[in-house]
Design a protein around this ligand. Structure first.
Ligand code: ADP
Ligand code: MG
Length: 289
């Protein structure tokens, strides 16, 4: 059964990004709570049909490490595409690290290692469907109330990426050097972005621009990514964690490990399962009773 615009009722705005707005919604016929992302696109009906066709591929992409896709449709008028997906009550890692800072809840090694593990498993799953994520960053890694990490906003629709490129103004802090240089893009480019995301979550602030050089222009920043040594966490973090990040941030993509090899890294092997239930930590972050 396909989702229809009139069956979906807005409950609350969850957030806003460069490309669209995300709402918590209710699917009235089933009572199911979902997240609905609306994206403004070109009013060309043929292009919109193409985007919806490409998005429907997400149905076949089910995995515990990927946010479930419920359906997509044209919404309000002729320039908006709505994507309905699993609602993740824990919010994004960006929401979480900002909140954790104000709650003085430490994001420890086990949380970071579980995050790394889930992202690698999600990337392996996508890779088996020949999909590269293309936009790994803390705001695209969500958490459920049960403490699971899930990837969202996968780059499955080339037409959607094209039509968003025209409205996109954000800076690509998470872009791997080979992408900046126009080289071949692979799953290893997503591993680069994972490295920057782990630093950001661990220190409750973005890894780039570098703290000692915060006013780089976009050109200087891209040049920095290609040519300068990348940041890492300080000595207060485990050597395993810092080595994992250093491997993610190897500039030469052919030397950077893919997600299968990263899953075998001591950071994940030694730290990810010290604590199995992280829901008490998530409760502390959000003040849930
Ligand atoms: P960005 O990823 O750049 O922040 P988005 O428009 O993709 O922009 O998302 C905006 C915000 O909406 C996210 O940061 C997150 O807080 C929230 N969000 C997105 N998808 C979901 C979801 N499935 N469940 C809960 N919150 C979500
Ligand atoms: Mg997003």
């Amino acid at each position: 059964e396909d989702l229809k615009s009139e069956d979906v009722e807005n409950i609350q705005k969850l957030g806003e990004g460069a490309a669209g707005t995300v709402w918590k919604v209710k699917h009235k016929p089933t009572g199911r709570i979902m997240a609905k992302k609306t994206i403004t696109v070109d009013p060309d009906p043929q292009l919109q049909r193409q985007i919806l066709r490409e998005l429907s591929f997400l149905r076949t992409c089910g995995s515990p490490h990927i946010v479930a896709f419920y359906g997509a449709f044209l919404d309000d008028g002729d320039t908006t595409i709505a994507i309905c997906m699993e609602y993740c009550e824990g919010g994004s890692l960006e929401d979480i690290y900002k909140r954790a800072k104000s709650m003085e809840a430490v994001i420890g090694e086990t949380i970071l290692a579980k995050l790394a593990e889930a992202v690698c498993m999600g990337l392996i799953h996508l890779h088996s469907h020949n999909v590269i994520h293309r936009d790994i960053k803390p705001s695209n890694i969500l958490m459920t109330r049960q403490g699971e990490f899930k990837l969202c906003d996968l780059g499955v629709s080339g037409e959607l990426i094209n039509s968003m490129a025209q409205t996109f103004t954000g800076t690509q802090y998470y872009m791997a050097p080979e992408r900046i240089k126009g080289g071949t893009y692979s799953v290893r480019s997503d591993i680069w972005s994972l490295g920057l995301s782990i630093i950001e979550v661990a220190q409750n602030q973005p890894a780039l621009p570098p703290p000692d050089n915060p006013n780089l222009s976009i050109f200087e920043l891209l040049d920095f990514i290609v040519h300068q040594p990348m940041p890492n966490l300080g000595a207060d973090r485990s050597p395993e964690c810092r080595d994992f990040i250093a491997k993610c941030l190897i500039k030469e993509p052919s030397e950077r490990p893919g997600p299968e090899i990263m899953l075998q890294h001591p950071f994940i092997k030694n730290w990810a399962h010290l604590t199995d239930d992280i829901t008490p930590w998530l409760k502390q972050v959000w003040g849930w009773s």
